[in-house]
Design a protein around this ligand. Structure first.
Ligand code: COA
Length: 256
C-alpha cells in the first residue's frame, strides 16, 4: 500500500507531506507510524538537517481520523498506537522542524505546531482545537505548551470553545512566524527550511535542546494520555463520534 505520508530527503531537508486529501489529510495510525519513523530517523541520520511538515490539498490536516477514535473508544483500536511514538518523538526532537499550514489545522494538526520551530501559515489558515467539543482533552503536551505560549485564558478558550483561530490572530499570538499567499506557501517554507539546513547542525540541535524541556513535555503527554484514554471510552465521546459519522451536531444534553 502506498503511504498517505510522502517522505522526501533533498538537500538536507526531510519533507513529510500529508497526502490523504479526500479525507482532508485526517491522520490514520499508518500515517502516524510513517511520521514517527521519520522524526526518529531525523535524530540519528546526519544527512537530515531539518524536517519540513506540510499537507497536500486544501487543508493541512483534519486531525486524528474520527473512525479510528471511535474504534479505540470501543476497544477495537490497533495493537500499536503509533501516535504515542510520534508524540514522544516530537517531544524529544532536536532537529529543527518547519511547518507549512494551509486551510484548517485541526486537533493534533494545531498541537503539533507547538513542537515546530518555524511555522508559516497560508492566508486561509485556521487553527482549531475542538477537544472538548469531541468530549476529549488536549494532547501533545498542548495543555502545557499552549497556555505558556498564548496565555491561559486564550488557551482555555481555544480548548473549550474550539472556535477556529484565523491566521492573523495566530500570528499576533505568537503561534506562527509569517503569513504568505497560499500559492507561495510550500516554496516559502522550503526556502526557510533550506536556510536552516545551511546552518551548523550541531549548534542548531544544541540550541533546540536548550530551549525545550523534553522530559517535562514527555511527562505531560503521559498525564494527558491517561485522561484522553478515559475520555475516549466515555458516553460523551461515543455521542460525539457517532454524530460526526452521521453528519449531525452532537447532543450531550441527555448524558449526565
Ligand atoms: N477523520 C476521518 N475523516 C474525516 C475527518 C477526520 N478527522 N475529517 C474529515 N473527514 C472526511 C469526511 O468524513 C469526509 O468524508 P466523506 O467524503 O467520505 O464523507 C471528507 O473527509 C471531507 O470532509 P468534509 O467534512 O466534507 O469537509 P469540510 O471541508 O466540509 O469540513 C472539517 C472539513 C475538517 C472542518 C470537518 O470534516 C471536520 O470537522 N472534521 C473533523 C475534525 C476533527 O474533529 N478532528 C479531530 C480533532 S481532535
Amino acid at each position: 500500500m502506498i503511504s498517505e505520508v510522502k517522505v522526501d530527503l533533498t538537500g538536507g531537508v526531510l519533507t513529510l507531506t500529508l497526502s490523504r486529501p479526500d479525507k482532508k489529510n485526517a491522520l490514520s495510525n499508518e500515517m502516524y507510524g510513517v511520521l514517527a519513523d521519520a522524526i526518529e530517523r531525523a535524530e540519528t541520520d546526519t544527512e537530515i538537517r531539518v524536517v519540513l511538515v506540510q499537507g497536500d490539498g486544501d487543508m493541512f490536516t483534519a486531525g486524528n481520523d474520527m473512525g479510528e477514535f471511535a474504534a479505540q473508544g470501543s476497544g477495537n483500536g490497533p495493537a500499536e498506537r503509533h501516535v504515542v511514538r510520534f508524540l514522544k518523538a516530537l517531544a524529544q526532537a532536536t532537529v529543527p522542524i518547519v511547518a507549512a499550514v494551509q486551510g484548517k489545522a485541526v486537533g493534533i494538526g494545531t498541537t503539533l505546531l507547538l513542537h515546530c520551530d518555524h511555522v508559516i501559515l497560508g492566508e486561509d489558515a485556521q487553527l482549531v482545537t475542538p477537544f472538548v467539543n469531541l468530549a476529549l482533552v488536549p494532547e501533545a503536551a498542548s495543555s502545557l505548551l499552549l497556555p505558556a505560549r498564548i496565555g491561559y485564558v486564550r488557551a482555555f478558550s481555544m480548548f473549550a470553545l474550539g472556535e477556529p483561530l484565523p491566521a492573523q490572530t495566530a500570528l499576533a499570538w505568537g503561534l506562527a512566524n509569517a503569513i504568505v499567499p497560499v500559492a507561495q506557501l510550500h516554496a516559502q517554507a522550503r526556502q526557510i527550511a533550506e536556510a536552516i539546513a545551511a546552518k551548523p547542525r550541531g549548534a542548531l540541535t544544541a540550541t533546540k535542546r536548550l530551549m525545550r524541556d523534553a522530559e517535562t513535555l514527555s511527562a505531560q503527554m503521559d498525564r494527558e494520555g491517561v485522561s484522553f484514554a478515559q475520555r475516549l471510552t466515555s458516553a460523551e465521546a461515543r455521542e460525539a463520534f457517532l454524530a460526526f459519522a452521521q453528519k449531525r451536531k452532537p447532543d450531550f444534553s441527555k448524558i449526565a
